[in-house]
Design a binder for this molecule. Structure first.
Ligand code: AVJ
Length: 318
């Protein structure tokens, strides 16, 4: 049997139906909002890769430092024979884990079939004996994981859990727990609370790459739903919400304007200065992560940070 198996559980038309529902709901809500998942078309993914290399955007470097230094400990603590990774993308940061764990099976899960196929092909070529079972799926929906050797380690890296609102996080962690058997583990990447200026700079870089990334969601709605958003009629906003301890990205309408979305037979009025929220990126403290994991039935057993304590990887056991 080929060492690379790619399974699609995401229906082909899921994306179009989901985008239409999200745009209709979010643009008629008060205040207006869109889910961050729609950032990641080809241009958005390329812009995000550029963001990860920006001097102001520390999370990727900080997490890579932890994985480089601590993968041996993570492997020893989890003893996993299967590594499952949600939102695996290029699997670039996963290589340290795969080296240390040397699992029998790797199950990358992502919505991007191209990313999964490219990464999966490269991994089976360079790692004889590794079986890759890639899943084209939306990890926020119920997952149908293949039967693989235990114990299993489920990795959710990058700090992407911060994109979920608190109630969404509770549901997500409970769903993850329901996928795990006793002795399985969750390896979770979380960006940490820190100086507000450092946080805001990471989401409003001097080169304007994050501004372009943020505005790109308007181009996605224009292309997919025939809307007439003018990205230049909106300003990029990044702010720190100290009560909720999250960064919020918004797009502020420079003028009073009406945007048409023909595919939804919708006309959306924006007042001058009105803001559309495009992402929250929650920042965490160890006590809060431990509590959220415990509420989901997971026990935090290890907490690793980079030397500057900007980002953390936690291991929790089912
Ligand atoms: C990929 C969701 C972890 O929230 O920091 C980067 C996305 N947004 N710059 C994050 C993002 C603006 C990133 N995550």
């Amino acid at each position: 049997m080929s060492p690379l198996l790619v399974t699609r559980t995401l229906p082909e038309d899921a994306t179009d139906a989901a985008l239409r529902a999200d745009v209709l709901h979010g643009l008629t809500d008060h205040p207006k909002w869109l889910p961050p998942k729609w950032f990641y078309d080809a241009r958005g993914s390329e812009l995000f890769e550029r963001i990860t290399e920006l001097p102001e955007y520390y999370p990727t470097r900080a997490e890579r430092e932890i994985l480089t230094v601590r993968s041996g400990e993570i492997a020893a603590a989890s003893g996993a024979r299967t590594l499952i990774e949600l939102g695996s993308g290029s699997s670039e940061k996963t290589r340290h884990l795969l080296d240390a764990l040397a699992p029998a099976v790797y199950v990358p899960v992502d919505v991007s079939e191209s990313a999964l196929t490219q990464a999966g092909q490269a991994l089976v070529e360079e790692r004889p004996g590794l079986e890759v079972h890639a899943l084209i799926a939306d990890f926020t929906a119920p997952l149908d994981l293949p039967a693989t050797p235990g114990p299993r380690l489920l990795a959710f890296l990058g700090g992407t859990i911060g994109n979920l609102l608190p109630d969404e996080r509770a549901k997500f962690l409970a769903a993850v727990r329901s996928l795990l058997a006793p002795g399985d583990g969750l390896l979770l990447g979380t960006d940490l609370v820190k100086d507000e200026r450092v946080l805001v700079r990471a989401y409003a870089d001097a080169a304007g790459v994050t501004a372009a990334f943020n505005k790109n969601v308007l181009a996605v709605v224009d292309r997919e739903l025939g809307a007439d958003f003018d990205p230049d009629a909106f300003d990029h906003v990044a702010l720190w919400d100290p009560e909720r301890e999250w960064i919020e990205m918004r797009l502020r309408s420079r003028i009073a304007q009406t945007v048409k979305v023909p595919a939804l037979d919708l006309a959306v009025d924006f007042a001058a200065g009105e803001e559309l929220r495009t992402e929250v990126s929650a920042k965490f403290r160890r006590a809060g992560v431990s509590e959220e994991l415990s509420d989901a039935g997971l026990e935090l057993t290890h907490w690793w940070t980079d030397a500057e304590e900007r980002f953390a990887l936690s291991l929790s056991m089912a």
